[in-house]
Design a protein around this ligand. Structure first.
Ligand code: SAH
Length: 243
């Protein structure tokens, strides 16, 4: 029996991958994952067997991984960022109920929230909430409920999947929920293509964020009451000076 490793690759390519993730990929003869991430690996590891399925065929991808492991091959299922944050780790455990003899191991990676925070400065120094605006698997009403609850509690909020072509106004709707509790001049940040060559960021107010168009390669940060701009960067105080 082979084993399945669920591997977070980090937000970009190469240097933001952990040594452990790299070792596992070097070790496994079979690599599977969403086409975009697998293509990134093909250049560096040309001698592997690559098995891919398009987006939205995640269950089939998991089945494929278990079938390969049953044949005796160790498999690396790769995800961007961390495999357990809007990644494939949970789904493999669910699908794996049918394959109790095949071992699973999760290899953590740098998630977009950490990668993006480092680009912006230090926005996540205090309590924060991560919310995905994708309503593919969660009803929009529940997303709004979580947005309002996190805003009401003055969390720094990090938004994944902020918008796509089909959901062009979701970020604007999320900002409306924020504006019910947070000031218009709350410090916010957006980071595109974290860890990749085209990486870019912008720091702006919540009011301005509401008018922004973003895409699926963007992570959005909304500050708390105390988040400030220092040296042109987004910084949430840790609070040591207040104690
Ligand atoms: N498992 C991933 C998240 C997958 S959800 C992780 O831990 O990072 C996909 C969302 O993550 C994207 O819509 C975007 O909001 C964010 N994201 C992932 N990689 C990114 C990158 N390189 N730059 C900016 N945002 C990224």
């Amino acid at each position: 029996m082979g084993k399945i490793y669920v591997v977070g690759l980090g937000p970009g390519a190469g240097s933001q991958m952990t040594l452990c993730a790299k070792d596992v990929i070097e070790h496994c003869p079979v690599i599977t994952g969403y086409t975009v991430y697998v293509d990134l690996l093909k250049e560096e590891f040309p001698d592997k067997v690559y098995l891919t399925t398009p987006m939205k065929q995640e269950v089939q991808r998991c089945e494929m991984a278990f079938q390969e492991a049953e044949k005796g091959h160790d498999v690396a299922m790769v995800c961007s960022g961390d495999a357990g944050i809007y990644g494939m780790a949970g789904l493999l455990y669910e699908v794996g109920k049918k394959y109790p003899d095949i071992e699973l191991e999760i290899i953590p990676g740098i998630t977009a929230a950490c990668g993006g925070a480092a680009v912006l400065g230090a926005p996540l120094m205090h309590d924060f909430a991560v919310i995905s605006l994708s309503d593919l698997l969660t009803p929009w009403e529940k997303i709004e409920k979580r947005l309002r609850a996190a805003a009401m509690a003055d969390f720094v909020i990090c938004l994944y999947n902020p918008s796509s072509k089909k959901r062009a106004d979701y970020l604007s709707r999320a900002c409306d929920c924020m504006l019910e509790y947070k000031r218009k001049d709350t410090v916010c940040g957006i980071v595109r293509n974290i860890g990749r060559r085209e990486e870019s960021y912008e720091i702006l107010t919540l009011e301005a964020l509401k008018e922004k168009q973003t895409d699926m390669f963007t992570t959005v940060f909304i500050g708390n009451e105390q988040t400030d701009i220092i040296r042109g960067k987004m910084v949430t105080p840790r609070g040591y000076r207040n104690v």
